[in-house]
Design a protein around this ligand. Structure first.
Ligand code: PLP
Length: 380
């Protein structure tokens, strides 16, 4: 029987009602410019999104190139800014080459799809970001979701690889709980079984390692021929965009065949210029990284009455009793001028709801400490 034209909307309303009943609706809140909140929610780890050198570089490119890239780089041409940013990123990450994408999400999907296809054995950590999950789902590979940070489990899966190509995918610093993957041990397991290791360094580039070279570099794995790195420019760089970094052959393959690169309008040149300026600042920011680490350690000390994760970088999560309580807790903080992240299923790797506190060294130290007190006082 043919359905009524509006049936699908009834279906969407019903699904929204179901989410409402279990406290899982999401609401977009207005964000005025200069809203004056203390930011413990964003990922502007080093406060570079507003750095004068970053803004000046972006403004200069904006007037030279205009607002948008107006086409993909293959169609419209590739600017010196994109090339300079890629050279700088490859230098920082210690890889042969790098390719910039218009987002970290697209970089992850592109990297996974380039490295895995039908016939590949793909092992993905259970806490991996949605962009990795989507890359895995669309790859046509046999995907095994491994227990979180469990090298023994990964190795057991790889042992059944046979003569198939194999890929292991993990984040370095995990985006929800802020813990660190066992990268050296994972790499050894990959080596033993001839697998490639793909690491999403989104929350570690700029934050971990000497010169901010990231989690892969901090683990001593930069430039290994069987390691590929992805990252986003939307976090420590304070910009937008993503990158895949690895051997030159991989980058050439992505330019020839990668759908999320080929069929996507390029990163705006002004954003590339701002990110390039941010890269120079990142390399020289060891003092900010030391400050960030101190602040991350401070979260658990100030929030002693709560279940707080041990931070490996700038992400700390605080368990909330449930989704409704998490929303109410974050809202109460906001009322008092403090923005914190609020994560509920399905944006969490398990059923726990959390507040996520992220460190931004651009926030004055006293304001940061006062904000932690507000988080504690607003607990449900
Ligand atoms: C671990 C991780 N990977 C990838 C991304 C996606 O990056 P982008 O926001 O640049 O699309 C994010 C978050 O934004 C992330 O947390």
């Amino acid at each position: 029987m043919a359905s009524e034209p509006a049936d699908w909307l009834d279906d969407l309303r019903e699904r929204a009602d179901r989410r409402q009943r279990v406290g899982l609706r999401r609401a977009l809140r207005p964000r005025p410019a200069g809203d004056g909140v203390t930011d413990l929610a964003g990922n502007d780890y080093l406060g570079l999104s507003r750095h004068p050198a970053v803004l000046a570089a972006a403004a200069g490119a904006l007037s030279e190139y205009g607002l948008g890239a107006t086409g993909s780089r293959l169609v419209r041409g590739s600017t010196d800014l994109h090339a300079g940013l890629e050279a700088g990123l490859a230098g920082l990450l210690g890889t042969g080459a790098a390719l910039v994408y218009s987002s970290g999400f697209l970089a992850n999907v592109g990297a996974v799809r380039a490295l895995a296809g039908p016939g590949t054995l793909l092992v993905s950590d259970r806490h991996n970001h949605a962009s990795i999950v989507d890359g895995c789902r669309g790859s046509g590979a046999e995907v095994v979701v491994a227990p979180h940070a469990d090298v023994v489990a990964v190795e057991a899966v790889l042992a059944g690889r046979g003569d198939r190509p194999a890929l292991v995918v993990t984040e370095s610093v995990f985006s929800v709980d802020g813990d660190l993957a066992p990268l050296p041990a994972l790499h050894e397991a990959c080596r033993r079984h001839g697998a490639v290791l793909l690491v999403d360094d989104a929350h570690a580039v700029g934050v971990l390692g000497r010169r901010g070279a990231g989690g892969v570099a901090a683990a001593g794995l930069s430039g290994q021929p069987d390691v590929v790195v992805t990252a986003t420019l939307s976090k420590a760089f304070g910009a937008a965009g993503g990158v895949v970094a690895g051997p030159a052959e991989l980058i050439a393959h992505l330019v020839d065949t990668g759908r999320t690169f080929i069929y996507d309008t390029a990163l705006p040149p002004a954003v590339a210029a701002g990110a390039l300026a941010a890269l120079d600042l990142i390399v020289a920011a060891d003092d900010l990284r030391a400050e960030l680490n101190e602040r991350a350690a401070m979260v658990g000390k100030r929030l002693v009455d709560f279940e707080v994760t041990e931070p490996a970088a700038g992400v700390v999560s605080v368990t909330a009793p449930g989704p409704r309580e998490a929303v109410a807790w974050a809202a109460a903080c906001r009322e008092r001028g403090v923005a914190v992240g609020c994560f509920r299923p399905p944006s969490t790797p398990d059923t726990r709801s959390r507040l996520r506190v992220t460190i931004n060294t651009g926030v004055p130290r006293e304001a940061f400490e006062a904000a932690l007190d507000v988080v504690a006082e607003c607990a449900p």
